[in-house]
Design a protein around this ligand. Structure first.
Ligand SMILES: [Zn+2]
Length: 254
């Protein structure tokens, strides 16, 4: 043991199997990374918050429409009252029952004044009805947006469920494969590999390839290469830079 806590020797074929184990673990890490950064999650969150905004606007729009409807109804009643009073006065005038000239003149003035009042109220009613129409148009647009977003939300949920299901499948397949490979590796070598992987944050074993460590990609210095060349094939080698187990194969440049 020349590196603290690591196994000193292991069967060369078991060491090579570490490369398969590393590939399986890297694959699992990639799956976890993909799961944590799914664009489908982003899309779903965007959809949910857009829907929340539109729902709030729809409620405000509904309140606006009912307020305007109430105003229009109230104005209709006001107009009707003035119209009835003018009609009654007009009837009196037309009936010929009033002989007093002063009374006749007053009544004529009142009818004229009521007609003007009615016209002015009708103008106001028209303006209110226009506002009501605008409010209804805005509300209809918001309701259409909400309907579109409702459909998009269902889509986004389904898309996320689909991709999560695919990841679940891929992960359970990858995990079974990983377990199969791990079962073929001697316990002490496996423990060392796992501890190193924890320490390095992912790489426990890498191929020594053409004089370069596959874990950190650094060139091994000539002295160390000379020592590695002389080392027995069952010696477990560690990279001096990244500390991973360096596995020798025909590609190692030895
Ligand atoms: Zn290295």
């Amino acid at each position: 043991m020349h590196h603290n806590g690591c196994v000193a020797t292991a069967d060369p074929f078991a060491q090579m199997r570490l490369l398969d184990l590393q590939a399986a673990d890297t694959h699992l890490a990639q799956i976890a990374h993909r799961r944590a950064s799914l664009s489908e999650v982003v899309r779903l969150r965007e959809c949910e918050s857009a829907l929340q905004r539109v729902r709030t606007l729809v409620i405000a729009g509904e309140t606006e429409v009912s307020d305007r409807e109430r105003e229009v109804r109230k104005m209709e009643l006001d107009v009707e009252q003035v119209r009835l009073r003018a009609a009654k006065d007009q009837e009196l005038l037309d009936g010929g029952s009033i002989a007093n000239p002063k009374q006749l003149e007053d009544l004529t003035h009142e009818v004229a004044s009521l007609r003007r009042r009615q016209e002015s109220l009708e103008d106001e009613e028209l303006a209110l009805m226009e506002q009501l129409e605008d409010a209804r148009t805005s509300l209809a647009e918001l309701q259409a947006q909400r309907a579109t977003l409702d459909v998009e939300l269902i889509d986004a949920r389904e898309a996320l469920a689909r991709v999560e299901h695919e990841l679940d499948d891929e992960e359970s397949h990858a995990r079974r494969h990983r377990d199969t490979v791990a079962a073929e590796i001697p316990a002490d070598l496996l423990r060392a590999y796992e501890r190193i992987r924890e320490e390095t944050g992912g790489v426990g074993a890498a191929l020594l390839q053409h004089g370069r460590c596959g874990g950190c990609r650094l060139q091994i210095n000539p002295n160390e290469m000379a020592r590695i060349k002389a080392a027995p094939s069952n010696e477990v080698l560690r990279c001096e830079e990244c500390r991973c187990i360096m596995v020798r194969t025909g590609e190692s440049g030895l």
